[in-house]
Each structure stands twice: as C-alpha cells, then as structure tokens.
Design a protein around this ligand. Structure first.
Ligand code: DC
Length: 228
C-alpha cells in the first residue's frame, strides 16, 4: 500500500487539493480533521467548553461513549458520530475552534491514532491532517507540507464559508485562523510541524489545478518507484 501524508495549517487547501488528487490517482482520501471535529461536536453537544478548567479530564471521560467513523459514499467521505452522519454540522466555525482545542488533549490523539493507521493499512491513501507525516504515518512513502500565507488562507476560508451560506466576516475568519494555527503548532503533543523529508508546497501563488498537478506528479513518481 502507498501512503501519502499531507500536513499543513488551516485553509492551505489541503482537503480540496488532496480530495481532487486522490480522485485522479484512484487513491482513498482521508480527512483526519473530520475525526477531531466529530469528537468536538460530541463535546459541544454535551455542554463541554474549552474554557472549562477541567476540560481535558471531561473530554477524556466521555471518549468511551464515542464512535467516529470515516465512510466513503459515492466517492465522497462522510463522517459518522455514533452512527449519525454529521458531515455538514462538523464544518461550522464554532466546531473548528472546538476541534483545535480537543485535539490538544493527548487521550483524544491516542483514541484516534489506530483508526487513522488502519485506513492506511488497507488502502492506497492520501491522508491529510497536522501530524500525519510526523506521528500517524511516519513511514509514509511521500510527505507533503502544504501551506500559503495567512491572508490568502483566510480569504479562501472566508469564501468557502460564504458559499455555504454561513454568516461571517473576513476579520473574524482571519482571527480564528491565526488562533487555531497558534494552538495547533504550540500544543505539547504532536504539534503541527513539517516532517523531516517532506516536500514543501506553497500554494500562495498556485491555482488549484496547479497544486493538484503537483501532488499527482509527486505521488505518481512514488507509485512508479514502488513498481520497480
Ligand atoms: O483540518 P481541520 O481544520 O478540519 O482540523 C480541525 C482541527 O483538528 C485542527 O484545528 C487541528 C486538529 N487536527 C489535528 O490536531 N491533527 C490532525 N491530524 C487533524 C486535525
């Protein structure tokens, strides 16, 4: 099996680029952020707030009640929380921030680790997240770190939310993005950082198609190498 680890900060285009590249390559696409978002949604629904003094303990205590699954339906990934399809709900901005907070709790990372590794065991996969190349799949045959300037990432995220009908303003999106980047890169366990040997792909000046072409090209080189 071939594993491609794709990491990078919020809004760098990881998900959309990885999804389109996986389709062209006939690989599975796995969006690991959706798993953290599923746990966050469960916490929010149960009244647990990131501002609670015993936030980490409260999260750890509910993990045994939770099942999260990634399922592929008609080529698209859906996320199920305790059997319920929550693919749309987990995209709300308040769940993004909560996901960043739950992801800093070590027991949550442990809880989701095997699930992610199992996907890679069974499929040729493009897996995106924050710690895929460093922790989840350190032996991935290819590691890519996708990034772009904060303003460009915030602009893309803003347009994505507006297109979905979510009411927001640009400053708010930029603030949330900077807060989330900071939190994701400064946590003690598995912080966001470029894995050793990763290829840096800065999409600031690239069109979506150019970014996809680059990921496909890099992956095809690995596929070819694996054949020989
Ligand atoms: O990729 P995303 O924005 O959907 O991820 C939501 C949050 O989950 C993100 O702020 C950090 C966390 N996350 C993580 O810690 N590790 C991953 N592999 C994926 C996401």
């Amino acid at each position: 099996m071939i594993s491609v680890a794709i990491d990078g900060p919020v809004g760098a285009g990881k998900s959309s680029v990885a999804r389109a590249s996986a389709k062209r390559l006939d690989f599975i696409y796995a969006d690991t952020g959706a798993l953290y978002r599923g746990v966050a949604l469960y916490a929010v629904r149960n009244g647990i707030s990131e501002n609670d003094a015993d936030f980490a303990d409260k999260i750890s205590a509910i993990l045994h009640e939770i099942t999260v699954e990634l399922k592929i339906k008609e080529g698209d990934q859906r996320i199920f929380l305790c059997g319920e399809d929550v693919s749309e709900e987990i995209r709300l901005p308040e769940i993004s921030m909560a996901a960043s907070s739950v992801s800093s709790v070590p027991s949550v990372r442990d809880f989701l680790l095997d699930l992610q590794r199992d996907i890679a065991k069974k499929n040729n996969v493009l897996m995106d997240g924050r710690d895929i190349g460093t922790v989840v799949l350190p032996d991935a045959q290819l590691k890519i770190f996708i990034t772009a300037s904060p303003e460009i990432r915030a602009r893309r995220r803003f347009e994505e939310l507006i297109n979905k009908g979510v009411e927001t303003d640009f400053e708010q999106v930029l603030n949330d993005l900077n807060r989330r980047d900071y939190q994701d890169s400064h946590r003690t366990v598995a912080p966001l950082k470029m894995a050793e040997g990763a290829v840096l792909l800065d999409t600031s000046e690239l069109s979506f198609e150019q970014a996809v072409d680059r990921v496909v090209e890099l992956t095809e080189t690995i596929v070819e190498r694996n054949r020989t």
